[in-house]
Design a protein around this ligand. Sequence first.
Ligand code: SDX
Length: 456
Amino acid sequence: MAEDGSGNRNAVTDNRTTEGTARNGAAGDHTLTVTDNRTGQTYELPIEDGTIRATDLRQIKTGPDDFGLMSYDPAFVNTAACRSAITYIDGDKGILQYRGYPIEQLAERSTFLEVAYLLIYGALPTREQLDAWRDQITHHTFVHENVKDIMRAFRHDAHPMGMLVSTVGALSTFYPEAKQIQDAAAREYQTYRLIAKVPTIAAFTYRHSRGLPYVYPDNDLSYPGNFLSMLFKMSEAKYRPDPALEQALDVLFILHADHEQNASTSAVRAVGATEVDPYSALAAGVAALYGPLHGGANEAVLKMLREIGTKDRVPEFLKGVEAGERKLMGFGHRVYKSYDPRAKAIKQVADDVFQVTGVNPLLEIALELERIALEDDYFITRKLYPNVDFYSGLIYEAMGLPMGMFPVMFAIPRTAGWIAQWLEHTADEEQRIARPRQLYTGPLDLDYVPIEQRTK
Ligand code: SDX
């Protein structure tokens, strides 16, 4: 039994590091020796890839009727739910890699469609593969005409994310063959359709909110260029996207494409594990992303900056944050405990966009918030840094988009990550329907009380 130096007896010995005297495991074994001090029983738990299997705890019982130990981990702060080869994050070092390629190199040298291919197929495409991939996506950008009727049913002021959740889910009714999730060809076909059609639906939500006619896809344009055309084309015969904005959007899409087991990806995996079609699984992802603590934070940041109003009111606002009255939206991250590498890259994109659109006046407030927060003990001790959502909204607003569209701009590229994660989960032999346990805290064995006798 290892002592922890404080005189307390540890019930657990990590045999990978403890010298010598571990009761059962020899030092250097990849096992955990656990002694249940309720019974004096000792157990050897295998350590694999830095984890123990939660189900290995079930053998630890106080008697034959005992269910056995479970792990308790609200919000899964310290629980690996899957094995994945798609995205690697080192939160302490601020590292983000897609299939092993650093995000900085991809943002600098790749395109979103190439990155989507990389995430989904696991390797950078050859020229032929990329051309075929682009061709498939380009020729699936149209949506069924009935989709327009579905969207026309929304109120004029419907939030674009509410429209996107509903319409992505509705796509499942147009492609019943998507239910064949064990069929590789069917999975690939829905992959093309989702990557191609989400921007079309996203643009339709914007046009709906402006009371403008929907703009059909222009297959001559690039992926970001076509999206800009579907957003902003008016009476001109052919929309010509500004190359600087087209490039900036492509980089923003690359930076938002995937982020391992975030809340919306976990939702897609859990819903997908019921073997429902991918449209329904991705609608769950859109719904999760909508939340202001997740992808909705970019919209919440702009509301926060507007509320602060001027640079000189930043110190007063931060006092409220430190008093726990509110959060500094766009700051903090469950994994990154240093600067989010995407936020760094997005600041560069902001400079490029503002060259074209003019600087967003709220930028000054954002920069002052960041300057003060990064020197302030409250944020330093909690390792709170700007995340991917802190600057992105400033760019979208400068591009002419309303705040409600900001999380939609996040959902478009994250469609590629959600699909890659859904495909990986579907193929993972170890996975099955997700069904966590609970710690029951309610009453038991109550007798039914007739309503006449209920006094409260
Ligand atoms: C995204 O998971 C992903 O990968 C997500 C994402 C992706 O690409 O998919 O990166 C995209 O969702 C980015 C995050 C966008 N959300 C926001 O910007 C909203 C503001 N951020 C916080 O809500 C928060 O930081 C979270 C939700 C992002 C992370 O929350 P955690 O990990 O649960 O952290 P926590 O709440 O346990 O905070 C630890 C401490 C707490 O203080 P104490 O109770 O210890 O005193 O830090 C404080 C929190 O109150 N804190 C903040 C804060 N974030 C955490 N205080 C002020 N402002 C904040 N933003």
